[in-house]
Write a protein that binds this ligand. Structure first.
Ligand code: PMV
Length: 337
């Protein structure tokens, strides 16, 4: 017996950043976050549940995944198996059409696509909210990629139990505030420090972490209000502030995700703004600067950012759809995965 489902998910970029986890199990964020889901970058994941497999298998971009990636996928699959009452192992094939694990939010789209495909393959009739909670347990940012347009994830309670459900919530559809996100690719390689490790080190040794835990929720609240009021400049200003506060906090703990290209690109965004274009920078756990602009400024800003030394290419993204199933099937006799 084999049950197969294929899902597509897009990365999301946090405008109000999540950085830091609540104490205890369950992967609950310490601050609320608000993101925009992007079209133009995608993870496609195929999950086949097979009765005759003895362990889960995972390929990422056609290559067998390392033990750590496989263990994270298995942890998600174990939750699905428990809920569905099955012990079938999974053959998982996941491909990204953009650099993996380099701060381009591949864990967000990766775990969103895996959660959607795994739940469907196991026959679970879970809606987006329940699947978002499943994705959050693997990567909190992934919870937001279940939804298109603008989505938020509240902070969790301190020491919340594993039975507590926390899903991302849709805030506004993709056409609510016209914008483009220009991803300025600074490296095609994988990042040195994963976000979980970076958050842990920041919480342990940054002298600014308490300030961030106060500032993060404040920025989130203001940014959400600005978004709902369709105030593009305020959204951009607050997004840049959130990213810089997050990184100031991380850098103070020695967690430096930036490269020289990041600084050059950040300076270029500010120079563009000084010339009168409403352009704002955001940066995740990697060296790439993402530029938030109005659609009518995207061509100019793209040309401007491509001229920055070290920027390898610029990917223009518009707000996109949430994670979704693109195919499923059930075969009585197993069949090749
Ligand atoms: O969900 P994770 O573990 O991939 O962490 C995401 C952290 C940031 O991308 C830097 C911020 C965010 O809110 O997405």
């Amino acid at each position: 017996m084999s049950r197969t489902a294929v899902a597509v998910a897009h990365p999301n970029i946090a405008l109000a950043k999540y950085w830091g986890k609540r104490a205890g199990a369950g992967n609950f964020p310490a601050v609320p976050s608000l993101s925009v889901t992007l079209a133009g970058l995608a993870t496609t994941t195929r999950v086949a549940l097979l009765d005759d497999l003895t362990e889960d298998r995972l390929t990422l971009n056609g290559e067998p995944a390392d033990a750590r990636a496989l263990a994270r996928a298995t942890a998600l699959l174990d939750r699905v198996r428990r809920a569905a009452g099955t012990s079938a192992r999974a053959s998982i094939e996941s491909t990204n059409d953009f650099p993996t694990s380099s701060g381009l939010a591949s864990s967000a789209s990766g775990f969103a696509a895996l959660a959607v495909a795994a739940a469907r393959a196991a026959g679970l009739d879970w809606g987006a909210a329940r699947t978002s909670d499943l994705a959050r347990r693997s990567s909190a940012s992934a919870a937001r990629s279940l939804f298109g347009g603008f989505a938020e994830l509240e902070a969790g309670e301190e020491n919340a139990g594993d039975d507590v459900v926390l899903s991302a919530l849709p805030v506004a559809p993709s056409d609510h505030l016209p914008m483009r996100v220009l991803v300025c690719v600074a490296t095609e390689g994988a990042k040195a420090i994963g976000s979980t490790e970076g958050m842990k080190a920041t919480a342990q040794s940054s002298p600014y972490h308490d300030a961030w835990l106060r500032e993060g929720p404040r920025i989130h609240g203001e940014l959400k209000a600005a978004l709902l009021a369709r105030d593009f400049e305020a959204v951009g200003t607050l997004a840049e502030r959130s990213a810089l506060a997050m990184h100031a906090n991380a850098i103070a703990a020695g967690m430096v995700y930036w490269s020289g290209v990041t600084i050059e690109a950040l300076a270029a965004v500010r120079a563009l703004r000084a010339r009168g274009t409403a352009a704002f920078a955001t940066i995740d756990a990697g060296p790439h600067v993402k530029v938030i602009v109005r659609p009518e400024d995207a061509a100019l800003a793209g040309t401007w950012m491509r001229a920055v030394p070290g920027v390898l290419r610029v990917i223009e993204c518009e707000p996109g759809e949430g994670a979704r199933i693109i195919g499923d099937s059930e075969q009585a006799n197993g069949g090749a995965p």
